[in-house]
Design a binder for this molecule. Structure first.
Ligand SMILES: *[C@@H]1O[C@H](CO)[C@@H](O)[C@H](O)[C@H]1NC(C)=O
Ligand SMILES: *[C@@H]1O[C@H](CO)[C@@H](O)[C@H](O)[C@H]1NC(C)=O
Ligand SMILES: *[C@@H]1O[C@H](CO)[C@@H](O)[C@H](O)[C@H]1NC(C)=O
Ligand SMILES: *[C@@H]1O[C@H](CO)[C@@H](O)[C@H](O)[C@H]1NC(C)=O
Length: 354
């Protein structure tokens, strides 16, 4: 029966070209790395040599290679007919009794990280190799609790440490804003303390790094820490992150009120925020020296609405520059300065919460 099938398969390949396709090398659930903490299991440390073939074709051998800097440092050969065998770094750490040619690591060691390639050979002799793919055994546990921070005045300080991580992680920490496109002020590389352990793991940490929040600080600023590992094809694998969100939200105020050249603002109450805005502010707008009110209104009371972050009148309606018209002191009221000098937009610029 088997021979007969083999004969048919050979006939098939003579008539049409083989449908054999091999690759890529794949982890379960399309995982991007092997999680060291989870331990070895078919759910975590199984490498599959994806392949497709025609119904009449049959796999004879799946060969796996582990590469290090261009040299083969381990191999695993699986055969339909003969027992499987592993050599080099893969000796003793691979399941030999699988029935599908997948490479199942039974032990997770740092030195099992590396580039893996596989080849499928059919009973008709046809063989195709899949390209190398870097598989990382990543060791790290969630680090969410390790960011300590404080905000005193306009100074944001923090301490952070990763756990022992393998391979060497790529870390970033600093002020982050989506509106500015990501990190815009980072902890410089020189301030990270790097510790390497005998087993090849690393910890990255820093302490007491401070950032000033000021007028240039965007409204949506957060403090963000990311830890990941970089594959050598520049593919970044995130491992963990911590974000202190919207650190400036409780410190928002109204921007400097826009007044006409002849108007004068005097604050009754005022708190200047880190961004140089007015919070809990109340002010009186009058005509500057050398000018006098044109009409009944001699002064206008404005306050910062803490919700809309707009300047409003006592009754809550938006304050506008034309609420106070002034003329040059001594000139007749027909020569109103507001019409003579300025035809600019009269409305205060709105400043809304995002
Ligand atoms: C990619 O990394 C592996 C180890 O993970 C190394 O063996 C290999 O030489 C690297 N390849 C390139 C192109 O840098
Ligand atoms: C960071 O650590 C230092 C001591 O190393 C400590 O004095 C400081 O209060 C810490 N800062 C924060 C924000 O936890
Ligand atoms: C490597 O050493 C560090 C520090 O001793 C330890 O925390 C980590 O668990 C070790 N990792 C392995 C894989 O043994
Ligand atoms: C690895 O698995 C452990 C346990 O399930 C989990 O806590 C950890 O976040 C995982 N690591 C990564 C980098 O996903």
């Amino acid at each position: 029966m088997k021979l007969w099938l083999f004969f048919l398969a050979s006939l098939g390949t003579l008539a049409v070209t083989s449908a054999l396709r091999v690759g890529p090398v794949r982890l379960p659930h399309n995982n991007r790395f092997i999680n060291y903490t989870k331990g070895a299991s078919p759910d975590n440390s199984l490498l599959e040599c994806v392949h497709q073939l025609d119904e009449e074709e049959q796999v004879a051998t799946v060969s796996w290679m582990l590469w290090d800097a261009g040299n083969i440092v381990g191999s695993f050969d699986w055969h339909t007919a003969d027992p499987a065998a592993a050599t080099g770094k893969l000796e003793g750490v691979v399941a030999l009794d699988r029935d599908d040619g997948s490479l199942e690591l039974l032990d997770l060691r740092h030195d099992l990280s590396g580039e893996y390639s596989c080849a499928v050979t059919l009973t008709n002799g046809k063989s195709i190799e899949a390209g190398k793919w870097e598989v990382l055994v990543v060791e790290s546990i969630s680090q969410l609790s390790a960011l300590h921070r404080s905000l005193s005045g306009c100074t944001y300080s923090s301490n952070f440490s990763t756990l022992a991580t393998f391979p060497k992680p790529t870390v970033r920490a600093g002020l982050y804003s989506e509106s500015l496109g990501g990190f815009y002020k980072e902890i410089p590389e020189a301030q990270w303390l790097v510790q390497k352990y005998d087993n090849g793991s690393y910890t990255y940490s820093y302490s007491n790094v401070a950032f000033e929040l000021n007028a240039d600080t965007p409204v949506d600023v957060s403090f963000y820490v990311t830890v990941g590992v970089m594959k050598n094809d520049s593919n970044y694998i995130p491992i963990s992150s911590a974000m202190d969100k919207h650190i400036i939200l409780h410190q928002l105020g109204c921007p400097e009120p826009r007044v006409e050249a002849y108007q004068h603002v005097e604050y009754h109450r005022d708190t200047i925020t880190c961004r140089g805005e007015h919070k809990e502010a109340e002010a009186i707008v009058t005509c500057k020296e050398g000018f006098k009110a044109d009409g009944d209104v001699e002064e206008v009371l404005i306050r910062c609405d803490e919700i809309t972050l707009m300047w409003v009148l006592e009754n809550g309606t938006p304050a506008k520059r034309e609420h106070l018209q002034c003329v040059i002191d001594g000139a007749s009221s027909t020569a109103s300065v507001s019409t003579a000098l300025l035809c600019v937009a009269l409305v205060f610029q709105k400043f809304l919460l995002p």
